[in-house]
Design a protein around this ligand. Sequence first.
Ligand code: 1CP
Length: 339
Amino acid sequence: MTKIILDVLNGVRPKRPPVWLMRQAGRYLPEYRQVRATAKNFIDFCLSPEKAAAVTLQPIDRFGFDAAILFADILLIPMTLGRKVWFEPGEGPRLDTLTADDIRTLEIGSVEDILGPVGETVSIVSGRLPGTTTLIGFAGSPWTVATYMIEGGGSKDRWNARRMYWQHPEAMARLLDLIADSTVRYLVMQARAGAEVLKLFDSWAEGMPPQMFNDVVIRPTKRIIDGLRAAGIDQPVIGFPKGAGISYRRYAEQTGVTALALDHGLDADWAVNNLPEGMPLQGQLDPAVLGAGGQALDAETDRIISAFESRPHIFNLGHGITPDVPIEHVQQLVERIRG
Ligand code: 1CP
């Protein structure tokens, strides 16, 4: 049986693009909320292989997406560097904040033990997936993970992290290297457990000067991909430097990614004409359109499919699905794509 997403990542252009959605396992699904309610807290949920595997498979059962994405979170990696991470109910992630001084003494712990349960989740899902569905493993990219570590959670403009880059460049470089090296071990574990594609989420790659983009986005991403290849991992890697604008091109040329996930702000025609020839592209429906549904959803779905007709293309959102999206809209989208 062939897996259409692996075909596309190998450069094939099928008649209709395959589809999956960022955050497809999540609160818009009643069956997700049901399992979620049985977990002590969000971190525990991510580290409970049976529960995490169950919610990974839910959107596949319901919609028949072409890929399942491992249920976990990008904020597990700070735990491998000895940091505390917790989720405030109704608010979001919290971490103990990190200063330049703290960074000098950080060390990578036993990634394989601390995040071992995630490897188990991957094995369980791998054994239960339909033969045509691709299993995607993932991690956060170093810059995005670093912003949460320095800020102690989400923040409006990542001010402390951005300032640290300019004020303590050596501390920032060390932090990014440590996250990258821990992430390599984490992704090697996922790949060996059965992840067939790996995705790197750089949700905060927007709004920085070019040299800074080289230092905090491109270099650490390349370090991860070089590390994976050196470890004998040859799975395709999808890079998602969200909000990078025209810097998507340098990212595509210099990091070693196999494919690019495009956010909805990037001009599709620019992308098709300026990103490396033949490189598979994933994206890029605005999640708000999925929230709206109706004719707008059909029209935007059609526009995106035809915009990427000349490329190997995986249909997806430009960012994660939001909890308020009606399930019927997702159904409508999948039917429209499949014609
Ligand atoms: O209680 C809940 O159910 C909380 C919602 C939730 C979910 C469903 C969180 C908290 N994380 C996740 C799972 C998750 N997170 C997945 C796997 C499942 C899937 O995609 O179907 C993935 C790939 C992520 C990745 C992730 N986590 C990113 C990168 C992608 C993005 O959306 O930009 C980021 C930034 C996070 C941090 C995070 N985790 C959770 C929240 C609410 C946040 C964002 C905080 C913020 O906005 O700053």
